[in-house]
Design a protein around this ligand. Structure first.
Ligand code: XBP
Ligand code: MG
Length: 255
């Protein structure tokens, strides 16, 4: 099958947004709201098993109940905290505090040059992904993506494949014509449920997860300064001693 499109996850894949981005912003929102909640780097790693910032807070609230909070107020509280969190996160993006991972800009640009289409499939909110692209690649880069599907349009979050189904439908492509990029097990479960061959770029929060059924597992996409290390995957042998993931290698990997 010929390679027509690359579909990227955002958090943890395009950029390491979680530990020093969303987590810090959540803690600032909690402090603003007068809550004594504080998510440490380590505990946040466990909380990432829950996809979606609102769902993550709802999950945490179950073990950290707030006195006199009525069930009907919970939704309002979570929405307020999430809005505050995203405002702090947007400010961090605008300050240039969050960079793309090595090789991401390179691969996006070379895919475009070779007429391989681009899309984004994420469980984060639309302003978060648009802010990330705008403040790393520039506003014009938003047009590089044929589809940007977010939790705002697809509330059914990973590991549900819904967001990938949405992307494939909007692009009029079959799963076998695309390669997805993910960093987490929830992400891989979602891509595989949609039938998408997947390259996993692990990060510190996810490198212990079992990605053996992915097409390729690497520590990063790699660039001139940072050669990637192949960690596993069903097509690991095809990668040979490649230093970076480029379109030629992706074409070779595609089953
Ligand atoms: C990312 C998420 C998001 C972010 C925070 O998962 O689960 O919840 O942590 O963003 P993925 P929001 O990388 O699989 O897309 O607060 O907007 O949910
Ligand atoms: Mg992710």
């Amino acid at each position: 099958m010929s390679l027509e499109a690359l579909i990227f996850d955002v958090d943890g894949t395009l950029a390491d947004t979680e530990r020093d981005g969303h987590r810090v912003a959540f803690n600032r929102a909690f402090a603003d709201a007068g809550l004594d909640w504080r998510w440490t780097e380590e505990h946040y790693g466990d909380l990432l098993a829950i996809s979606g910032g609102k769902e993550r807070m709802e999950f945490y609230l179950r073990d950290h109940p707030i006195n006199n909070l009525q069930a009907t107020d919970i939704k309002e509280l979570i929405a307020d905290l999430h809005q505050r969190k995203n405002a702090y996160y947007a400010a961090m993006l605008a300050q240039g505090e969050i960079a793309l991972r090595p090789g991401v800009a390179r691969l996006l640009k070379s895919a475009r040059e070779q007429n391989v289409r681009l899309a984004i499939a994420t469980t984060t909110s639309r302003p978060n992904i648009e802010g990330l692209i705008r403040h790393t690649l520039g506003t014009a880069a938003l047009d590089w993506f044929d589809v940007i599907a977010t939790a705002d349009e697809v509330p059914d979050k990973k590991p549900s494949p819904a967001v990938f189904h949405e992307v494939l439908e909007q692009m009029s492509l079959g799963a076998g014509q695309c390669i997805a990029f993910e960093d987490s097990l929830n992400g891989l479960k979602a891509t595989q449920a949609a039938g998408l061959p997947t390259v996993v770029t692990v990060n510190d929060y996810t490198r212990h997860e079992d990605f053996s059924s992915a097409l390729l597992v690497v520590d990063q996409l790699g660039d001139e300064q940072h050669a990637m290390t192949v960690l596993g995957g069903t097509a690991a042998d095809c990668a040979g001693d490649a230093r970076i993931i480029d379109v030629a290698l992706l074409r070779k990997l595609l089953p």
